[in-house]
Design a protein around this ligand. Sequence first.
Ligand SMILES: CC(C)(COP(=O)(O)OP(=O)(O)OC[C@H]1O[C@@H](n2cnc3c(N)ncnc32)[C@H](O)[C@@H]1OP(=O)(O)O)[C@@H](O)C(=O)NCCC(=O)NCCS
Length: 165
Amino acid sequence: MSFAARVTGPEDARAVGELLRASYPVLMRAAYGEALSAVIEIITRPNPALLESGTFYAAESGEGQMVGIGGWSRERPGDARMEPGLAHLRHFATHPDWCRRGVGRLIYEVCETRARESGIGVLECCSSLNGEAFYAALGFEPFERIDVPMGEGRSLAGVLMRRRI
Ligand SMILES: CC(C)(COP(=O)(O)OP(=O)(O)OC[C@H]1O[C@@H](n2cnc3c(N)ncnc32)[C@H](O)[C@@H]1OP(=O)(O)O)[C@@H](O)C(=O)NCCC(=O)NCCS
């Protein structure tokens, strides 16, 4: 059950969409219940800017299946605001069949290494409620509970978390 991470490109949009639609409805349901139904179509859309950013990654199995995604950006999700030395983790998802095998951790480690090489000293993430234990295991600490705008007037509860790198 080996896997490795690589940078994504625009040609990955279809596979990324399939992965998001396989992952979020299953893995976020217990934390959000019916509230998830109202936003699921919005939050499982691949983000073309992220895919082309050079700082978004896909983990693939030895058979070439996309099993996880995630990345980072200097722009804050939502308003694209930038602060020197600060970056934001973006759109992490693992296929349900591949959870708890280190896929998310591998992608995070690539993000952390590349961000540090780019002069970033602090990483922030807007975690889903179900993602909080994952980010805590990676060394992130929660600092604010928020309602995350999802676009089209909808929102989901989330947790802002941060760590120095
Ligand atoms: C959060 C998510 C990306 C984690 O992916 P993953 O590949 O399963 O994570 P890893 O296997 O690398 O886990 C690393 C560590 O995080 C912690 N962790 C991961 N998932 C966890 C869970 N559901 N509950 C508790 N701890 C968890 C564990 O400490 C784990 O190490 P261990 O398995 O050795 O104990 C995945 O569950 C997912 O896609 N969730 C749905 C989408 C989502 O909420 N993404 C976050 C958006 S902000």
